[in-house]
Design a binder for this molecule. Structure first.
Ligand SMILES: *[C@@H]1O[C@H](CO)[C@@H](O)[C@H](O)[C@H]1NC(C)=O
Ligand SMILES: *[C@@H]1O[C@H](CO)[C@@H](O)[C@H](O)[C@H]1NC(C)=O
Ligand SMILES: *[C@@H]1O[C@H](CO)[C@@H](O)[C@H](O)[C@H]1NC(C)=O
Length: 366
């Protein structure tokens, strides 16, 4: 019952946010802010000459033509992350262990209907060969993948065998390094306290070493609050290659309607700008629910969960496309959480009968 426990974890997030130091305490501008920001900017500008080809000659830019044969290596394969911002794709939960056919059908829809560049995996499927099915579906549809080592919420060590299985597949499947943009540890390992932050940082460093011959970077998928409640976990922030942020402003104590959520988004984003040392940032778990449930409860009496507000959150991100583009690291790329209500009730772009809940054609550039 990964889904149920995830929802519980959101509820826990809710209750601990209520009880703990308010998220909003970081909102006051502080003196280092501008300095950190300009250092980070300088850093990203000097690293932009990566040798990457421009779109549409780089994977997975819109318009890229998949080659008939595998390239020799992936060094001139990927688009420069500092050019990737705006809507990049969907979170996609795999706990249902989708069939190959369903993966192909939905990845085609994700690429062609919504102009996605990436899929961010969420949850876990322990079926033999499942990641090979993901690789094939992604390759055939021109999508990059943010793969995931899933901790779950049961406090067990199953993540270790999941990590080993994933890494073995990444090494064994010749296509895997061409579609796997990053490996995430998640979801919310700091917030859930599945490992002390220094051990998590060490796992990230070990994973980077393991995957370095494949040129696959490593990250952690986490809330700002997850870092903040672990004293900032600067060791983790320093270890990760990109910052994969959970942006869920519905749970803020200041939440009301999604059209008023921008200051809440900025509050968390600014924390990562201040502490992230200029690294590329994604909102990789990012959305607003259309329903509450016993385990998805707001921390603000004014927070509204309905379809117009779920839709409104993505409109808000589109309206701030230029602002997100100008963020250090080449701009924030955002994922919509999540593809279908079947994967997480209330967060889907599709409802559980397979109908779009609202028109969804977010900007992919600005
Ligand atoms: C949340 O509301 C409080 C009280 O009005 C305010 O002081 C704080 O700055 C707000 N935080 C954000 C992130 O908007
Ligand atoms: C990478 O990790 C896998 C799974 O744990 C392991 O079998 C493999 O030997 C490791 N490879 C390197 C180069 O560390
Ligand atoms: C899904 O959306 C369609 C079209 O709006 C609607 O008829 C249907 O009742 C919805 N299904 C659910 C489960 O909400």
């Amino acid at each position: 019952m990964v889904l149920f426990t995830f929802l519980c974890s959101l509820a826990l997030a809710a209750s601990s946010l209520t009880a703990a130091v308010p998220l909003e305490s970081g909102a006051q501008p502080h003196p280092e802010q501008n300095k950190a920001h300009s250092n980070a900017l300088a850093k990203s500008q000097s690293s932009s000459s990566s040798g990457a080809l421009p779109a549409p000659l780089c994977f997975p830019s819109l318009g890229f033509q998949m080659p008939l044969f595998l390239p020799k290596d992936n060094t001139h394969w990927w688009c420069d992350p500092t050019t990737e911002y705006a809507f990049v794709g969907f979170s996609y939960e795999v706990t249902a262990c989708q069939s190959r056919e369903q993966l192909h059908k939905e990845f085609r829809d994700i690429r062609q209907h919504f102009s996605s560049r990436y899929v961010r995996l969420y949850g876990a499927c322990d079926r033999d060969g499942f990641y090979d099915d993901i690789v094939d579906a992604a390759w055939d549809n021109g999508l990059g993948v943010h793969a995931l080592v899933w901790f779950g919420f049961d406090g067990s060590d199953i993540w270790i065998s999941r990590r080993d299985t994933l890494f073995a597949a990444l090494h064994a499947n010749p296509k895997a390094k061409f579609i796997t943009r990053v490996v995430q540890f998640g979801s919310e390992p700091l917030f859930d306290n599945v490992l002390p932050h220094d051990q998590l940082a060490e796992q990230v460093i070990l994973a980077k070493a393991n995957l370095s011959s494949l040129n696959i970077p490593v990250t952690v998928s986490e809330l700002a609050y997850g870092y903040q409640e672990r004293g900032g976990a600067q060791d983790v922030l320093d270890a990760i290659d990109s910052i994969n942020i959970h942006m869920l402003p519905f749970f803020s104590q200041n939440a009301s309607t999604s059209d008023k959520a921008w200051p809440l988004v900025l509050n968390d984003l600014q924390w990562f700008i201040d502490h992230g040392n200029g690294k590329k940032m994604y909102f990789d778990e990012n959305g607003w629910p259309s329903v509450t449930s016993p385990s998805v409860q707001p921390n603000s009496p004014l927070a509204v969960a309905d379809i117009p507000n779920e839709h409104g959150y993505y409109i808000l991100l589109d309206q701030h496309c230029e602002d997100l583009k100008s963020v250090v690291g080449g701009g924030v790329g955002w994922f919509a959480h999540i593809y279908s209500d079947d994967q997480e009730p209330g967060y889907g772009i599709y409802n559980s009968s397979g109908h779009l809940k609202f028109p969804f054609a977010p900007r992919t550039h600005c």
